[in-house]
Design a protein around this ligand. Structure first.
Ligand code: NAP
Ligand code: MG
Length: 493
């Protein structure tokens, strides 16, 4: 098929070289080195991006520290709020460009990247509200004498935000919003596969009036993330990515006692009971795993279907899956694009081959999309006959691959749903209110979606149990992760 490629190239990409953003300027790396970022739909070179090294880590941390020591943290909350509200307007006004950058860099179809506009604006406005709500408490004490005690909330300092590639602009906004609201400053390290929209977002921060050095965007490889994780000038790390890298970051951060939050991988169960509304559950179960070509941390990759409806459900799911349009990310009708890179595609195809060898059966898909070998397109794939012990039932694939299981009782499915080291998302489909609540209590995961899937909102916390990490992003308490609490005692005698 013909792809509509260089058409609609965002203005930012008229320059083939993309520099990092430090202290309010787009600068090359100290070494002058660059790395390529390419479009996974066709291999087209998008840009040569500054490849940060140790010297650039120093420059970025120094810049963020200077901005933290400057007027930013002492700015009136209402002024920080005004800047954030301007940023929300600017991000929305430029969203076509941001979405296009992500579509080209990641391969996610425009139909998906454009959906992020509402969320990006909502996140910035929610946290803008939080900027004026940060408050300590006056607390009673029973100490001898007459002492008044109260707490002060202070921004924690310089934050390193280390991001994955699967939702670039949304992740940049999610990480920056609490930093800006709290009066912290940041060094943001986007994934090497998708560095472009973070750079554009950094420019928009400046345009909105965020002072220079408050948001620095340090492009580069994993070694830059590792250097930030160990750097004594970083006070907090907000990491989203794989469980393996999360573990390395915890080790690296230990000796400087950094505050750390880690949003990691998943193998989320999606449970359909026989009394569910199948008209809703069938398409939702498909998109719970196939959206973004399966590259979502909380994807519903383990589908449990109660035995009386199992065969009917799977037949309907297979029919629905065959209608999903995989193709050119720039075509507005496309629902699923390629996966992000050749190594990622090879890894996913390896899981698919391994599943066959372990005895699972392909119901739909099972390989690359024929005729589209110029990109990393993989068919939405459903396996049946999967045993709980098989590799595809246990490990995060991060591709469009679903493992389906039959179950009999509520008790049994709860045990099997929880028999994973992960605990990020989960779905339950039933019309029985008591069962819905029992499942919500019983599932060990940071989110339980009942008769829906993948719901997110700035006001509702999101995060993991077990190996899916700790810390919750969004919700009224998230801002606390960016604040120190100081107790002040005043002797009134
Ligand atoms: P990744 O390999 O863990 O990389 C994430 C980020 O960490 C990248 O910026 C990476 O840089 C950097 N990095 C690599 N090695 C590092 C080190 N030793 N120290 C510090 N930083 C280092 O993850 P990914 O492949 O980009 O993303 C997929 C994973 O993210 C999946 O496991 C998925 O489940 C998870 N994820 C979780 C959530 C959630 O909210 N829980 C959301 C989205 C994704 P390079 O890009 O240069 O390697
Ligand atoms: Mg790329």
């Amino acid at each position: 098929m013909e792809m509509t490629l260089t058409r609609n190239r965002p203005a930012m990409l008229t320059s083939p070289d993309q520099n990092m953003l430090i202290g309010g300027s787009r600068v090359p790396s100290a070494s002058g080195e660059r790395f390529e970022t390419r479009n996974p739909a066709n291999g087209e070179l998008l840009a040569c991006v500054a490849k940060g090294g140790i010297e650039d880590v120093e420059r970025a941390v120094t810049s963020a520290r200077a901005a933290f020591e400057g007027p930013w943290r002492r700015m009136k909350p209402a002024e920080r709020q005004r800047i954030m509200l301007r940023l929300a307007d600017l991000v929305e006004a430029h969203y076509d460009e941001l979405a296009m950058l992500d579509t080209l860099d990641l391969g996610a179809p425009l139909s998906r990247t454009m959906l992020g506009k509402v969320r990006a604006g909502a996140l910035l406005r929610y946290y803008a509200g939080q900027a004026t709500l940060i408050a300590g408490d006056t607390l009673p004490n029973s100490a001898p004498g007459d002492l008044l005690s109260h707490t002060l909330k202070e921004p924690i300092g310089v934050v390193a935000a280390i991001n994955p590639w699967n939702g670039p602009i949304g992740m940049s906004v999610w990480k920056a919003a609490p930093v800006l609201a709290s009066g912290c400053t940041m060094v943001m390290k986007p994934a090497e596969q998708t560095p472009l929209s973070a750079l554009r977002f950094g420019e928009l921060c400046l345009d909105a009036g965020v002072p220079e050095g408050v948001v620095n965007v340090l492009t580069g490889m994993g070694d830059v993330g590792a250097a930030l994780s160990a750097h004594p000038g970083i006070d907090k790390i907000a990491f989203t990515g794989s469980t393996g890298v999360g573990e390395k970051i915890l080790h690296a951060a230990a000796s400087t006692m950094k505050r750390v939050s880690v949003e990691l991988g998943g193998k989320s169960p999606n449970v359909v009971f026989a009394d569910a509304d199948l008209d809703k559950a069938v398409p939702a179960a498909a998109m719970a795993v196939f959206a973004n070509a399966g590259q979502i941390c909380s994807a519903g990759t383990r589908l449990f279907v109660q035995r009386p409806i199992h065969d009917e459900f799977m037949a309907r799911l297979a029919d629905y899956t065959r209608t999903i349009r995989v193709g050119d990310p720039l075509d507005p009708a496309t629902q699923i694009g390629p996966v992000v890179s050749a190594p990622q595609m090879e890894k996913i195809l390896g899981f698919i081959a391994g599943a066959g060898e372990e005895g699972a059966r392909v119901l739909v898909g099972g390989g690359r999309v024929a005729g589209m070998e110029q990109g990393y397109f993989i068919e939405p794939t459903i396996f049946t006959g999967v045993a709980d012990e098989m590799t595809i039932a246990r490990e995060e694939i991060f591709g469009p691959v679903l493992s389906a299981f039959a179950f009999d009782s509520e008790e049994e499915v709860l045990t099997r749903a929880n028999a994973t080291p992960f605990g990020l998302g989960s779905g339950v489909w039933t019309r029985d209110l008591g069962r819905a609540h029992r499942m919500a209590r019983g599932i060990q995961a940071g989110s339980v979606w009942i008769n829906c899937y993948q719901m997110l909102d700035p006001g509702v916390p999101f995060g993991g149990y077990k190996l899916s990490g700790f810390g919750r992003e969004s919700g009224p308490h998230h801002i606390e992760d960016y604040l120190e609490t100081k107790a002040v005692w005043i002797n009134l005698d």
